[in-house]
Design a protein. Structure first.
Length: 93
């Protein structure tokens, strides 16, 4: 087809019907492929869930210590400082 040539509305609709019918005929095989391609979800271990909970609590404490009432960081503190303190607090829990 020439680059400047456009499809008429009838040609466009017939092309779309052809594409749709091909998709429907391949539907069963596509569904089989989708089920096999996704890996099974691995359940998180109890210790990993506990570690996540403790780190969450530690981050709350670290944020409370290094932030002002309006939510901004204290002078001279960074988010890296908060993360370091949170991990330190987590180890002590």
């Amino acid at each position: 087809m020439d680059r400047n040539m456009m499809l008429t509305p009838d040609e466009y609709m017939s092309l779309m019907r052809l594409i749709t019918s091909e998709r429907e005929s391949e539907g069963a095989s596509l569904a089989d492929r989708d089920q096999t391609s996704t890996p099974p979800v691995k359940k998180r271990s109890r210790s990993a869930r506990r570690a996540d909970k403790l780190l969450s609590m530690a981050f709350k404490q670290a944020n409370a210590r290094y932030r002002l009432k309006n939510g901004s960081l204290r002078k001279g503190r960074t988010q890296a400082d908060i993360a370091k303190l949170a991990h330190k607090l987590r180890r002590k829990m």
